[in-house]
Design a protein around this ligand. Structure first.
Ligand code: SF4
Length: 255
């Protein structure tokens, strides 16, 4: 089955989603790590409303020097997907921030109709969209970045006069347990210490799953290579005993 969608996909959707083409900027054809328990591919949506200095996807967040993003057509993506029937279990939809895309619901519906599970990565800025997609049965698993304590959120996401309210609503919604989820935090010396991590742990107390990962530098980081610093693996694990008194399922990942 080649081609993007059918009227059937549209029928699954909340009425507010009509209808442009989903913008796709990248495709990783296989991941065994990103979707818990599933063999998956990852599709990257361009653009983000945050400017996290430690972001590794600088080209996806801001585009090239002309503000243009790489582009893969939906037909190309769904053609790939149709050839992976029976080989992949799921698709990770990441970015950038995928919920910025007006056509995200139709896109997820078209993936679901082909029998694949959908994992959504989000920065938590769009709690109402998140809820609509989950309640329409279009999302099987959510990974939300929780960037820092409330006090240090704005500097961590690189946005002045940051409105915390959507983040609060997304966290509350996921904590309600409507959909399987994980919280994720990239930990840096410049933004995190024991105090901010403990404050964040209290904020997400009751979480099913919280993964901390140390920042790893590269030449694609938004702030530029050499500007930011992660913690050594032992140092990061050293935070865990106290954090686990608040969020028992806290884990360190990728070190
Ligand atoms: S790390 Fe995520 S939320 Fe932050 S700028 Fe990059 S894509 Fe956006």
């Amino acid at each position: 089955m080649i081609g993007r969608r059918t009227g059937e996909d549209r029928a699954l959707l909340p009425k507010c989603y009509n209808q442009e083409t989903m913008r796709i900027s990248g495709l990783q054809k296989l991941t065994l790590l990103d979707f818990p328990g599933k063999t998956a591919a990852t599709v990257f949506a361009p653009a983000c409303n945050f400017r996290c200095p430690f972001c590794h996807n600088a080209d996806l967040v801001a585009g090239d020097e002309n503000g243009a993003f790489p582009s893969i057509s939906e037909d190309e993506f769904f053609s790939f997907l149709d050839k992976r029937q029976g080989l992949l279990d799921g698709i990770c939809v990441t970015g950038g921030e995928p919920l910025l895309q007006p056509d995200i619901a139709a896109f997820c519906a078209a993936i679901k109709r082909r029998g694949f599970a959908v994992k959504l990565d989000t920065n938590g800025s769009f709690p109402e969209k998140l809820r609509e997609l989950v309640e329409a049965g279009l999302i099987d698993y959510v990974a939300m970045d929780v960037k820092n304590s409330r006090e240090r959120y704005a500097e961590t996401v690189g946005v002045e006069r940051f409105d915390m309210a959507p983040i609060e609503r997304s966290i509350s919604y996921l904590l309600s347990g409507t959909v399987p989820y994980e919280f994720r935090t990239t930990v840096l010396r410049e933004f995190h210490d024991g105090e901010s991590l403990v404050a964040l742990a209290h904020w997400i107390e009751g979480a099913d799953s919280w993964h901390l990962q140390s920042f790893v530098d590269s030449d694609t980081v938004l702030a530029g290579e050499g500007e930011l610093h992660g913690y050594a693996a032992d140092e990061l694990r050293g935070f865990l005993p106290e954090l686990r008194t608040i969020v028992p399922n806290a884990e360190v990942r990728g070190v």
